[in-house]
Every structure is written in C-alpha cells, then in structure tokens.
Design a binder for this molecule. Structure first.
Ligand SMILES: Cc1cc2nc3c(=O)[nH]c(=O)nc-3n(C[C@H](O)[C@H](O)[C@H](O)COP(=O)(O)O)c2cc1C
Length: 381
C-alpha cells in the first residue's frame, strides 16, 4: 500500500507492530469517548471558503519560543517510540529536523536525550514527568540543558496513569502475569519482521532518560511498575518553582484543558501551554482538546503561547486549530503510526503531506499567511 493519509499509516503500523505495541499507541482510556471526540470534534470545525484572493504564494512558517519553524507543527512526546522502529526517537527527530519542525522527546523514550541530540544536532523539546525523587528530576533537567534542549514541556495531566483497558487485554500492563506474557509471546510470534529489526537489532530497549532510576537492563515492561511507584501525585503549581530553580529556558505546561488552569499557568510564568487531554489516554469523558481551545485562547491567548494537541490528523486540522486560537499544534499518533509504518522516511513523508495540506487549505480559504489565520476564518453559521 502507498500511504496517503494518516489512516493508511495507521493500517501499516497495525500490520507491522506486535499487537501490544499497536494497541498502546492506538488506544485511549476507559470507553475511549474522549479519544473519539478529539477527532470527531475536529471534523465539526468549519472553515470559510473564500475566493478570488491572490493565493499564488502562501506563508506557512512561524516561530515557537523564538525558534523558527517551517510550519506550525511539532512532534509531541510519545513514550516507547524506540520500540515502534529501530532507535525510533532518533529516526523521528532526524525527520523533524529535516522538515524544520521541533521534536519533543518523552521522559519515557527509549533513546536518551543525549542520543537524540547527537543524531540531529538540533535542539529538542524535552518532556518532563515529575517523579518523587526531586534530585533525579533536577539531574534530568540538567541533562536536558546540557543536551541543548530549547524548551521544557512539563506534563501535568498524569498524576496517575489513566485506565487503559487495551493495554490489559494485550498483555502490556501487568507485565509479570503469565497470561500477559502469553499474549505478548503470541503477538511477537506473528511479527518476525519486527522481532528481527527492532527486538534484536534495536537494542538496548532501556528507557534512556530514566534507565538509572528504573534499573539498567530491567525489562522495558518493568517501567509500568516503576511509573506506578514513582510518579508523584502530590505535585501542585508550587512545584513550578522547583523546576524554575534548575530550568531558565521556555517552560511549557502540557495538559491544560480548563481556562482557570490556563490562567494559573500564566500567573506561574509559563511561556506556553499545550491544550491537551493526553490524546484521550487520561480522563475519559472530558472535553476534546479542540472544543476546549476557544475558551482557553480567549482567556490567555495574548499572554502566553497557546498550543494544542489531540486528534490532529491532517494539515486541514492544523488550520482548524490555528483558526480556533492556537499558535500551532503537536501531533502524537500521526508520527507514531508513520514511524512504525515506514521508519524515519515515513515520518518525513507524513510531515510533507501535512505541509501540502496546510498550504492547500490556506489557498482554499483565501488566506495566504498562516500568521493571519484566526476566528474570522471560521464558519460559525
Ligand atoms: C503512544 C503514546 C505515548 C505517549 N506518551 C507520552 C509521554 O510519554 N509524555 C507525554 O507528555 N505525552 C505522551 N503522550 C501524549 C502525546 O504527547 C499527545 O498529547 C497526544 O498523543 C496527542 O493526541 P494525538 O495522538 O491524537 O495527536 C503519548 C501519546 C501516545 C499516543
């Protein structure tokens, strides 16, 4: 199959990955209502079709926190990506650098920040989960600084992992139970290509940024236990002070879905927020990101950089998000599927598809500059 849209990359990823990995990417929490709303609410955002305005040239470029980007898109932090393709984070970061967009590295990536930075030579955005051991967090932020990270994404919507039943069924959660082991072995037996390419030749599978804390050489699956024991549910807005003691670059609060929290993030001095429900993987039944965006943008739009993620599956969605008040978007599953389907080359092709769609959409709404897209481009009838 020649992949054209994200649905095609998703299908190729499904065929290539062991089931426990595909379901981990694809799934959401509980009934997956929010996961579905993230995309279905995008489809409801209508743009005005405007005609006979010179759109022979369109401008897609923008900047995030003083850093130029060729379009208003960044790759979201996605844990375990080094299992979707061999050294997956490094491959995806190279594709992002080639496309001129930022790459965010998860705390729970397989490749360490040092490996990813060395692979691209470009600054990355580093995503931070705060764990109970503040000393370890401090050291992690210092490492991010030394690796040349240009922004710190502080993810705040995961005091505890959401209830993701697909991960129980597939054997990813509850790693030590014999039934779970059996499911994983079954999944591996049906994907020999992945076993050879990533399972054997993509080692080590440690989580590079936290390996020391999890225990070097520990099974990748042990990280679930570690997350359960070490993620800190007692964190509050005050902990931003602790982060600031070590980090003086742009701080972006990821996982804001409420205007009041957005205002608090601004008071706490955040240079940016990501309107996000973690891709429908945390609180099921909460608002989709795109539905929450306009009120948040209205509350804090002029005071901080407002980004959005959740449900962005096309360049058309990028323009919808910008028209609804975001400066840009992060994409999560879109790049995870593309990476699993075709490695770094898949991420490159997918990003170029996004670029073309943004350009085509701008031409069809008669708006030659992404920087000028706004509420006026929405059809609110
Ligand atoms: C497989 C997977 C793993 C993720 N891991 C992380 C993570 O480690 N840290 C984080 O802040 N967000 C993580 N997210 C959430 C993404 O950063 C982003 O918020 C979400 O994927 C956006 O929704 P979308 O997938 O519909 O684009 C993950 C998402 C997926 C799909």
């Amino acid at each position: 199959m020649i992949p054209a849209d994200i649905g095609d990359y998703r299908e190729l990823a499904r065929r290539r990955l062991p089931r426990f990995l595909f379901d981990y990417i694809d799934g959401g929490s509980v009934s997956e209502a929010t996961l579905k709303a993230n995309t279905s609410d995008f489809a409801r955002v209508k743009l005005r079709q405007r005609v006979l305005r010179d759109v022979s040239e369109v401008k897609l470029s923008t900047s995030f926190f003083g850093q130029a980007a060729s379009m208003p898109v960044a790759l979201a932090p996605v844990g375990l990506s080094g299992l979707y393709a061999r050294r997956g984070e490094a491959q995806a970061a190279r594709a992002a650098a080639k496309a001129g967009v930022p790459f965010s590295l998860s705390s729970l990536g397989v490749c360490s920040m040092e490996e990813v930075s060395a692979a691209t030579g470009e600054p990355i955005w580093f995503q931070l989960y705060v764990i109970k051991d503040r000393g370890f967090n401090r050291a992690m932020i210092e490492r991010a600084k030394a690796s040349g990270a240009s922004a710190l994404l502080f993810t705040v919507d995961l005091p505890v992992a959401g209830s993701r039943y697909a991960d129980i069924r597939s054997g990813l959660a509850n790693p030590h139970a014999w039934t779970a082991r059996f499911e994983r072995w079954k999944a591996l037996a049906s994907r020999p290509g992945w076993v050879w390419d990533v399972g054997v030749n993509g080692r080590p599978h440690d989580l590079g940024n936290v390996a020391e804390a999890v225990g070097p050489g520990a099974s990748t699956f042990a990280f679930w236990d570690w997350v359960g024991r070490n993620f800190d549910a007692s964190i509050t807005w005050k902990d931003i002070d602790f982060i600031r003691e070590t980090w003086d670059g742009p701080l972006v609060i990821k996982g804001v879905l409420d205007p009041e929290d957005a205002r608090t993030a601004v008071s706490a001095g955040a240079e940016g927020i990501v309107v996000s429900n973690h891709g429908g993987r945390q609180l099921d039944g909460c608002s989709s990101s795109i539905a929450a965006l306009p009120r948040i943008a209205e509350a804090v739009g002029g005071k901080t950089t407002v980004l959005l993620d959740g449900g962005v599956r096309s360049g058309l969605d990028v323009v919808r998000a910008v028209a609804s008040g975001a400066k840009g978007v992060l994409i999560g599953r879109a790049w995870a599927y593309a990476l699993a389907a075709r490695g770094g080359a898949g991420v490159s092709t997918m990003l170029e598809t996004f670029r073309k769609e943004i350009s085509t959409t701008l031409k069809l709404i008669g708006q030659p500059d992404i920087g000028k897209v706004g509420r006026d481009d929405l059809d609110l009838s």
